[in-house]
Design a protein around this ligand. Structure first.
Ligand code: NAP
Length: 394
């Protein structure tokens, strides 16, 4: 008899877990379940639309979808269409790969104003996530405040700062691309609450900010002679030292040298947001749009011995996509050990009718054909019902 494993979440950590399970060539059936009609999770909804090299890993995951022992079940939400208890009763093990999809809050006054956006929602809009089809009003946005010193803050600042030409080969949704191109943007502030030696930017992503055609990156020399914390492990210290070197290069640039200036500000924590303005511990700045990029939290899931979290659901919102591979493979080994000691359950198939792999391929074909007409990798469908209709009929 065959063991059955449900993987909840069709993002990178879920697919790497499936890959880890299948590498042991087991007598196993795997269902990869997702709330969205589309697979790929963060690769589709979170990786910036201009970083197509990062998104290319999705092709590996699509190859897994062709396996006869793996089934994709999109448009199924656990808790709505099927309870965690029903899932636990029907499967021999459940892998939770649901990521973290809720923007953390700063907890400062004005955070709920319409022009203050969390990065999950903002990047979801850029990426055509069907829950976030309505973008911010950028028609009068001259100044943008981006709160946070991680790679998500750089993603947000870069996509706003890039020219339409630089975004031409991306899969940004056309409405977002057009709104950004038409916005009268002149200043983007990337704001860190600590010094530059603590920023969690990675070097390539920070250096890219210095190579934008319509934007110049600038910063103050103050604090750039700091040394990275000696308590950090060596790779983090090397990365931070290189960040400081890159920032010293930015300090030689002149604000206003290009149509858009990206200002890196440090030791500045948000105190309050008002329409058109952000007050920081260091003073006030104009801000017609604020995007907080300060991390995420996840939704609850049952903590049981047959439930195995992976990826961000396991370790929190840190690490790049490849970080998940070894970790998900290790969890797959734990799942195999758990299954080995147990007889398979023999209940009926409880999955409701869903978007299967063939449905996803129809969506994929539709989107890539629409993209080809514009020289882009794809033009995403963003309306939930249209996604379902195309999955059904092509
Ligand atoms: P992150 O690297 O943890 O950065 C979060 C930032 O938010 C930090 O600068 C943090 O400052 C700041 N922050 C947190 N709470 C704050 C508060 N109350 N007030 C002000 N600032 C606050 O997280 P992320 O940028 O969301 O990225 C998540 C993960 O995805 C990271 O591992 C990242 O490298 C990865 N990622 C990678 C790429 C890529 O490889 N291209 C792209 C995007 C994301 P403190 O340091 O002071 O806490």
């Amino acid at each position: 008899m065959t063991h059955r494993v449900a993987i909840v979440g069709a993002g990178p950590s879920g697919f790497y877990a499936a890959d880890g399970l299948l590498r042991t060539n087991p007598d196993l059936h795997i269902d990869v379940i997702d709330r969205l009609p589309t697979p790929h999770g963060l690769i589709r909804a979170g990786v910036a639309p201009d970083h197509q090299g990062t998104k290319a890993v999705a092709r590996q995951f699509d190859r897994l979808l062709a396996r006869p022992d793996l089934r994709f079940a999109g448009n199924i939400e656990i808790g709505r269409d099927l309870s965690w208890d029903e899932l636990g009763a029907a499967y021999d093990a459940v892998i939770v790969a649901t990521g973290m999809v809720i923007d953390k809050k700063l907890g400062v006054p004005g955070e709920d104003l319409a022009h203050v956006w969390g990065s999950w929602r903002f990047v979801g809009w850029l990426n055509g996530h069907p829950d976030f089809r309505q973008g911010p009003d950028l028609s009068k946005a001259k100044s943008v405040a981006v709160i946070g010193n991680g790679n998500v803050a750089l993603d947000v600042a870069r996509v706003l700062a890039k020219s339409a030409d630089e975004m031409a080969k991306s899969d940004i949704v056309p409405e977002a691309g057009a709104a950004i191109s038409a916005a009268p943007l002149t200043d983007i502030y990337v704001i860190g609450r600590r010094g530059p030696e603590h920023a969690s930017f990675t070097n390539n992503e920070l250096a890219e900010m210095g190579r934008l055609s319509r934007a110049v990156a600038v910063t103050d020399t103050k604090g750039l002679d700091a040394t990275p914390p000696s308590s950090d492990p060596t790779p983090a210290r090397l990365r931070k030292a290189k960040n400081l070197e890159i920032l010293r290069g930015f300090a030689n640039n002149k604000a206003g040298a290009k149509p858009v200036t990206v200002h890196f500000l440090f030791q500045a924590a948000p105190v309050t947001f008002k329409p058109g303005e952000v007050e920081l511990t260091t003073g006030k700045l104009p801000a017609d749009l604020v995007v907080t990029c300060i991390g995420y939290r996840g939704e609850d899931f049952p903590k049981r011995e047959d439930v195995f979290p992976v990826g961000w659901a396991k370790r929190g919102p840190t690490g790049t996509i490849p970080t998940n591979r070894a970790e998900s493979h290790a969890v797959a080994q734990q799942v195999m050990a758990w299954l080995k000691a147990r007889d398979p359950k023999s209940g009926p198939d409880v999955l409701p009718i869903a978007v299967d792999a063939a449905g996803w391929h129809r969506i994929d074909k539709h989107e890539t054909a629409a993209g080809a007409a514009h020289g882009r990798p794809r033009v995403k469908l963003t309306d939930w019902q249209t996604l379902l209709d195309v999955a059904q009929d092509g």
